[in-house]
Design a protein around this ligand. Structure first.
Ligand code: CA2
Length: 149
């Protein structure tokens, strides 16, 4: 068994910093700080190291993905609205070749038609939707199982 610690970059896209403050019927009442706590706790329980970063800016997310090369073994990405629009994020993911699991709090497959297409899916090894915060833990588990065994 390989006992290396897996280092994971968790990237969150636009407006996720507003969690808990708007649209609780869709995204729940827990805040972005609660999400960060949940991710840190889950990473620790899974024996992974993680860094969490949120940005409202597409280019900043592209920069973070590019800078992840050689630093992180895996990426967990909720690109939020950029999921459905960003060829730039897709190209960055393809360029760095870091195993990436896509996460969405809600089930984008059963929401509006414009949310049902994901550019991120074209580069992701797996996609987890509709499981709320637990989706982030599942995404880290998928990476750990795939990369560490
Ligand atoms: O379900 C998800 O995780 C999404 O990535 C969330 C994005 C949405 O654009 C995607 O289609 C699906 C929206 C994140 C914004 O979150 C908010 C939270 C509270 C209030 C307003 C927005």
């Amino acid at each position: 068994m390989n006992r290396d610690i897996l280092s994971i970059l968790v990237l969150n896209g636009p407006n996720l910093n507003l969690l808990g403050l708007r649209e609780p019927e869709l995204y729940g009442r827990q805040t972005y700080a609660d999400l960060e706590d949940y991710i840190r706790r889950s990473a620790m329980e899974l024996g992974c190291a993680c860094e969490i970063y949120q940005s409202n800016h597409e280019g900043v997310l592209v920069d973070r993905i590019q800078a992840a090369r050689g630093v992180y073994g895996g990426i967990v990405l909720n690109a939020a609205a950029y999921t459905h629009t960003s060829v730039a994020i897709l190209d960055a993911l393809k360029a760095v070749e870091i195993p990436t699991v896509e996460v969405h709090l809600t089930d984008i497959r059963s929401r509006e038609p414009f949310r049902q297409h994901s550019y991120v899916s074209l580069a992701a090894i797996a996609t987890v939707v509709g499981k709320g915060f637990a989706g982030y833990r599942e995404a880290m588990e998928i990476l750990r199982n795939r990369l560490i065994g």
